[in-house]
Design a protein around this ligand. Structure first.
Ligand code: CA
Length: 292
């Protein structure tokens, strides 16, 4: 089958001068690819990116649309073994944390708390193709695609959503995903990161600090001085997180509600915000150098 496709390729190319139409025989993303080109990305870049894109992941969208009970719980990150892992991480990267503190004014404990909760210092950064995630959500602007997800939802979840709210949510996600997909292609141009090479969470978050591509564009920072930003590198992760927190007002936030507001930007969950601040406080208490 593979040989036959290779044999047929020159004929398909002769039939069309449009590289997008030529390679995207499935047509799953053809309207999305055209939109990206209309927004200024070159046909070559778009065609190359989508060559490696997996087909739309309808089951993944369905998974993210399941109605959850209750709020996420992060209390287990306050266990002594977790706090000890965070201490160890800070100790192992002491000079990096010092440099980050000097450059951004952000303390090690708050950065370590975020990196602990997000990925346990890079232990689990996710295996879902990032390009596939944003392409899939982006094509939810098409009713036929939303229909496929709707059919995959359990009857109970369908009842909880209602079709109208379900459509509205996926249309919002489509807009969001298109912006992130654009940022992903921008990263290729500015940072040399190939979109098809990234894997991350089911919602497209990347690396140790689980940044979305738009955050990586704005706040990605080179902590180890090798001239590139790699969120799978500990020092770059520390610097990028520090840069993000400073840009969202961490250094000016002295009172608890202000600090909560800064962390809220990172993840819109009250339980998450409480856990990050509690872990940072715990780390500070156990470090006499930093508790004053
Ligand atoms: Ca670097």
């Amino acid at each position: 089958m593979r040989n036959r496709l290779i044999f047929m390729l020159p004929f398909l190319m002769l039939l069309s001068f449009d590289p997008v139409v030529a390679h995207s025989a499935r047509g799953d993303y053809s309207s999305l690819e055209r939109k990206l080109m209309q927004d200024g990305f070159s046909s070559r870049q778009v065609a190359l990116a989508f060559q490696s894109a997996p087909p739309p992941m309808f089951k993944l969208v369905c998974l993210t649309m399941k109605v959850r009970k209750g709020e996420a719980n992060y209390d287990h990150f306050l266990a002594p073994s977790e706090i000890s892992a965070a201490h160890q991480f800070i100790a192992e990267h002491r000079s990096c944390f010092r440099r980050a503190h000097t450059a951004y004014g952000v303390e090690p404990e708050i950065i370590a708390a975020i990196l602990l909760i997000e990925t346990h210092f890079g232990s689990y950064t996710g295996r879902t193709p990032t390009l596939g995630v944003f392409s899939t959500f982006a094509v939810m602007d098409q009713k036929a695609n939303r229909d496929k997800v709707w059919k995959l939802l359990s009857p109970q979840d369908r009842r909880k959503w209602g079709r109208e709210a379900f459509d509205r949510k996926l249309l919002d996600r489509s807009d969001w995903a298109y912006q992130e997909l654009s940022a992903l292609l921008e990263l290729e141009n500015t940072h040399g990161i190939r979109p098809g090479s990234l894997k991350g969470s089911v919602m497209g978050a990347i690396g140790w600090p689980q940044f979305l591509p738009s955050s990586l564009v704005k706040f990605g920072a080179d902590g180890n001085g090798d001239g590139r930003v790699d969120l799978f590198n500990a020092e770059d992760a520390v610097f990028s997180t520090a840069n993000y927190l400073r840009a969202h007002g961490w250094c000016e936030a002295r009172l608890l509600p202000d600090r909560e507001a800064v962390i809220w930007n990172y993840n819109h969950s009250r339980a998450y915000v409480r856990a990050v601040l509690a872990i940072a406080q715990e780390l500070r208490i156990e470090n006499p150098e930093r508790s004053q």
